[in-house]
Design a protein around this ligand. Sequence first.
Ligand code: ATP
Length: 324
Amino acid sequence: MDPECFLRPEVSLSDESAAAARFTNTAQDRQNCRVSAADFDYLKVIGTGSFGEVLLAKYKENNRYYAIKVLKKRIILKKEAEGNVMCERNVLVKTLNHPFLVRLHFSFQTKERLCLVLDYASGGEVDLKPENILLNSEGHVVLTDFGLCKEGIVGRATTKTFCGTPEYLAPEVLQQQEYDRTVDWWGLGAVLHEMLYGLPPFYSADRIKMLGNIIYQPLVLEAGVSKTGKDFLKRLLNKDRSKRLGAKHDMDEIKRHAFFSSIHWDDLVAKKIPPPFVPTVTGPDDLTNINPAFTRLPVPEFTDVCEEAGLTFPDFSYISATSY
Ligand code: ATP
């Protein structure tokens, strides 16, 4: 999903974040190497991803807890994913003040690793599969992982890059046809289907079969979901992207659907609507909502030296103006 499209970048691009983004790349900043691997105590593994672990860490400067996403350069280069990683970092910098996107505080690199220092979302994952939808300690949603997002798809622009988790991909992406922002509305439908029914739409344990189902099989919605919910899903999961909900007026069409009739959008963005589920969290470093399969893993050691402006990722490092 393209978070910029999904949750209106205009809201998040404040002057502060724009200034912060500019602050990132000053030569002064790069020389100083002001935040480095040695500034943190690494406490636990709280997740694993394609390029390395996500660690709970304490910043020695202010004793605050952060989630540090560690990406191993060797694996990034092997998978030729330099562009994806820089895209993830850029989107995080651009969406700094968004209420429901994970907040980046710093990024730095060592000789062997890239590190993104993020808010720790201690409330755990929403569901088994949508593991990139986390909850913070108050129960508000925090979206993470923009590694496969596409920057700059505005208006009716299209692209052909094949990326994303197959379960949530629109038929036009699977068929390697041109696609546009409406793939995100399909993605929303797929995640909502999983939340309402327990499985993504067109699901089959046989991956190839599932891909075929997404492209060719008509959508069947079983009982157990309200008429409005089914109508919303049907419109989002329209295989014809020109007829999909959101194709004409983007987010406005989504917001106007009866499924959201009880939502006051300004209150939602201002986090004034109490979350329906508040996780039990005892403190900023609480790990009870994190899968023990991760927390049991050994915490890797950073023995390699800080490298402020690496050759392969020269513009990776970043310091938020407000994170000291
Ligand atoms: P993928 O293989 O899905 O591409 P990835 O390498 O992009 O993964 P993430 O999905 O960003 O890595 O992170 C892996 C896991 O770490 C997440 O599913 C989540 O459980 C956990 N995690 C990531 N960021 C945070 C955070 N800010 N707070 C708490 N847990 C997090």
